[in-house]
Write a protein that binds this ligand. Structure first.
Ligand SMILES: O=C(O)C(=O)C[C@]1(C(=O)O)C=C[C@@H](O)C=C1
Length: 282
C-alpha cells in the first residue's frame, strides 16, 4: 500500500504512519492539501494528516480542506504522543540561548508557548509547513542563529543537536491523525493498538431556528450515543453560518445512529457521514 503523509521525512505524521503501517511505501507531501489532493487523484491508496492536538485544538486546515474542497471519507484514526524538543545546528549548540528565530509548525510553536516566553523571549517565531520542514531548514542554514522545534527523529534525520528536551507546556500532549481514502473501504490493519471505533458526522443546522442545537444534541442524548467531540467551523457562506463536526464514540450501527440522523434530517438539518472507522492509540 502507498500511504501519503504530511512530510518531509520525520514529521510526527511520519512517526504515526510508520507505527501503524510498518510495511507500506510512504510518500511525503509538503502540505496537508497536497496530501489530500493526492488521495483524491488516487496517486496513493490513503493519506494521513493531523486533525487535532490536545493542547492546541483542531488543525483547521485539515478540517476545512476536507469539508470544503475534497470530501473524502475518514477510514481510520491514529492517536500519538507528541514530545517537542528544541534543536539547533551543532555549530550553535553552546550558545542556543542567543538564537534569533525559532522555526516550526504553528501547532508545535503554540504547544511550547510557555517555554518560548521564558527561555527565548526575544526570538522571532516563524511558521513552517511542518516540524520536520523546520528542522530541515535549520540544518540547511548552519550559519544562521536559528532553532527548530521538532521530534527526536527529525534531529537525527537532519543532523541537529537537541539543546532542550520536552519543551511542550503540558505533559499530556497527544495529536489525532486521520487516514483518508478515495473510497470508503476499510483499511486492513491488524494492530494490537486498536482501541475502538468512532463515527464522524458533519451537521448543518437549519437557519434561525431557536433551540436547534439543543434539539440536535437531544437526538443523541436520549439514544445514549456518547459524543466525544463537537466543534463548530464557519460554513464560509456568511457571518454566523456554521456547521458542526460531531464524533460519536461507536461504529455505525443499523438502528441508533441512523435513527439519530433521521431525526436531525426531520429537524431540517443537513447531515453527512464523514466516516465510521477504527482508531489506534500509540
Ligand atoms: O509538523 C508535524 O510534525 C506534523 O506532523 C504536524 C503537527 C500538527 O499539525 O499538529 C502534528 C503534530 C504536532 O502537534 C505538531 C505538528
Amino acid at each position: 500500500m502507498k500511504i501519503g503523509y504530511l512530510g518531509p521525512k520525520a514529521t510526527f505524521t511520519d512517526l504515526a504512519v510508520t507505527t501503524i503501517f510498518p510495511d507500506s511505501e510512504k510518500i511525503p507531501y509538503d502540505t496537508i492539501p497536497e496530501c489530500i489532493d493526492a488521495v483524491s487523484k488516487e496517486e496513493i491508496d490513503a493519506g494521513v494528516v493531523p486533525l487535532e492536538n490536545a493542547l492546541e485544538g483542531s488543525v483547521n486546515l485539515t478540517l476545512d480542506y476536507l469539508i470544503h474542497e475534497q470530501l473524502l471519507p475518514i477510514v481510520g484514526e491514529i492517536i500519538a504522543p507528541i514530545q517537542q524538543h528544541l534543536m539547533v545546528h551543532p555549530y550553535h549548540a553552546h550558545h542556543w540561548r542567543e538564537v534569533k528565530e525559532v522555526y516550526s509548525h504553528s501547532h508545535a510553536i503554540a504547544q511550547c508557548h510557555k517555554f518560548l516566553h521564558t527561555a527565548l523571549k526575544n526570538a522571532k517565531q516563524v511558521y513552517m509547513t511542518s516540524t520536520s520542514a523546520a528542522a530541515k531548514f535549520v540544518s540547511e542554514h548552519p550559519h544562521l542563529p536559528i532553532a527548530a522545534i521538532a521530534n527526536r527523529l527529525a534531529a537525527q534525520e537532519y543532523g541537529l543537536t537537541i539543546v532542550h528536551e520536552n519543551i511542550h507546556d503540558y505533559d499530556y500532549n497527544h495529536t489525532r491523525f486521520i487516514v483518508v481514502r478515495k473510497q470508503n473501504k476499510p483499511l486492513d490493519i491488524d494492530s494490537p493498538l486498536y482501541a475502538g471505533d468512532k463515527t464522524t458526522l458533519v451537521v448543518m443546522l437549519p437557519k434561525d431556528q431557536p433551540g436547534a442545537l439543543h434539539q440536535v444534541l437531544s437526538a443523541f442524548a436520549w439514544r445514549k450515543l456518547n459524543l466525544t467531540k463537537i466543534e463548530s467551523r464557519p460554513a464560509k457562506t456568511g457571518l454566523g453560518n456554521y456547521f458542526f463536526i460531531i464524533d460519536i464514540d461507536q461504529k455505525m450501527d443499523d438502528v441508533l445512529i441512523p435513527g439519530a440522523i433521521a431525526e436531525l434530517e426531520a429537524l431540517e438539518c443537513t447531515v453527512q457521514v464523514l466516516g465510521s472507522y477504527p482508531y489506534y492509540i500509540i
